[in-house]
Design a protein around this ligand. Structure first.
Ligand code: TPP
Ligand code: MG
Length: 383
């Protein structure tokens, strides 16, 4: 159905003839989060995919630990860890084709890295380098968005534009449970549903928006239920079950690619670390709650499945861990090198033609830096 036909179908009609414009039943999420691992459905999962997911989860957890350590060494200003949420991160990256786009938030470094972004480049913004630190076009990963939910209308805009141009592109946008209270969330979902944009929204419900628990965030039956109000399907999935998240996202991506429009997926997961290294989570949650989630750890769930099916043994696990250690060592080494930055670049990309004020400020900064360099130069040295 074209958008214009849809519009006609939605014209108001006199009260006696009133019918629901869309049957809400097929849009409703399941009552319980969808699971695959540890259920009969796991037998149908592709062993190669499960192994790949496992290697990426282990690598991702090591990446989070290394990045957190770098904050303690002063090499990173801040790091929002996704430990506990690796299944969502990795599945989101692996489900996309190269031509698709990923729209991450600040917590989604792992998704960007699993999609192919250089592990150091993914951290440059967080160590205070200028701009995004990578070329978003290279791997089709939009900048890691710090303002909540602003990545969502961007994803919809890109997806809608791709559809108008006839490009076979799906956008997958990641957002947190707290982000669903933003106006941008509403605008993005509404626009996407009305225009049937090929976009998938993945909400990682990790229980908290910093210290605010979900119960203080929303009174909705679930975040997935919000989909129905916009006229798109809502899916509820166990966010620690990598196979289930991959399956649900793959279906949503295929639906979007086929012209079926957007889907809202809520993945129920848990943030095991504090909000960032600058947060003390003991002030707002019990350690017993965090401990309870360890029994439902995404790596553990997958490891259990793989070993039970004879798809992974001790040697296999060791090889995966060694590969993750190599990645961490490389990350450490490269992050310990001081980046060479030119402060003058601050002014380079503001306007195509710099204003007189910017030129003046640039000259002032340059003069101050030169004076400082002269001051620090050893006696008698020419610069
Ligand atoms: C527009 C906007 N408002 C407020 C903030 C401050 N802030 C940063 S993270 C955060 C919590 C977000 O929680 P959630 O969306 O659940 O994501 P999570 O951190 O749990 O991944 C807030 C309020 C922000 N970055 N942007
Ligand atoms: Mg959250």
């Amino acid at each position: 159905m074209t958008v214009m036909e849809q519009r006609d179908a939605h014209r108001p009609v006199p009260p006696p003839a009133w019918q629901p414009r869309t049957d809400p039943a097929p849009l409703l999420p399941d009552a319980l989060p969808h699971r695959v691992l540890g259920t009969g459905a796991a037998a149908g999962a592709d062993p190669a995919l499960l192994r790949r997911l496992y290697a990426e989860l282990v690598r991702g957890r090591r990446y989070n630990a290394q990045a957190t350590a770098l904050t303690k060494q002063g090499r990173l200003a801040v790091y929002p860890s996704s430990t506990g949420q690796e299944a969502c991160e990795v599945a989101a990256a692996l489900v996309l084709e190269e031509r698709d786009w990923l729209f991450p938030s600040y917590r989604d470094t792992l998704a960007a890295v699993a999609r192919g972004l250089d592990p150091v480049q993914a951290l440059t913004l967080l160590r205070g380098d200028w701009h995004t630190g990578y070329d978003p076009r290279e791997h089709r990963v939009a900048p890691l968005s710090t303002p909540l939910a602003t990545q969502l209308p961007h994803a919809v805009g890109l997806a809608h534009a791709a559809r108008l141009k006839g490009d076979d592109v799906v956008a997958l946008a990641l957002v947190g449970d707290g982000g669903t209270s933003e106006g941008d969330f509403h605008e993005a979902l509404n626009f996407a549903a009305v225009w049937r944009a090929p976009v998938v929204f993945l909400v990682q419900n990790n229980g908290f928006a910093i210290s605010v628990p979900l119960a203080r965030q929303t009174a909705a039956p679930s975040l997935a239920h919000k989909a129905v109000g916009y006229g798109m399907p809502g899916r509820l999935v166990d966010g620690n079950d990598a196979a289930a998240v991959h399956e649900v996202l793959a279906e949503a991506v295929a639906h979007a690619r086929a012209g079926g429009g957007p889907t809202l997926v809520e993945a129920v997961t848990y943030r095991m670390d504090a909000h960032t290294n600058a947060d003390d989570d003991r002030r707002y949650r019990e350690s017993s709650e965090v401990e309870a989630w360890r029994a439902h750890d995404p790596i553990l769930l997958l490891e259990r499945e793989l070993t039970a099916r004879g798809l992974l043994d001790e040697d296999g696990m060791r090889a995966v861990r060694e590969e993750a250690e190599e990645m961490a060592a490389d990350l450490r080494e490269r992050m310990n090198q001081d980046p060479e930055l030119d402060p003058g670049e601050l002014f380079a990309h503001v306007y195509a033609e710099p204003t007189p004020q910017l030129l003046e400020q640039r000259a002032q900064l340059r003069a101050e830096l030169d004076a400082e360099a002269d001051h620090h130069a050893p006696e008698g040295t020419a610069r």
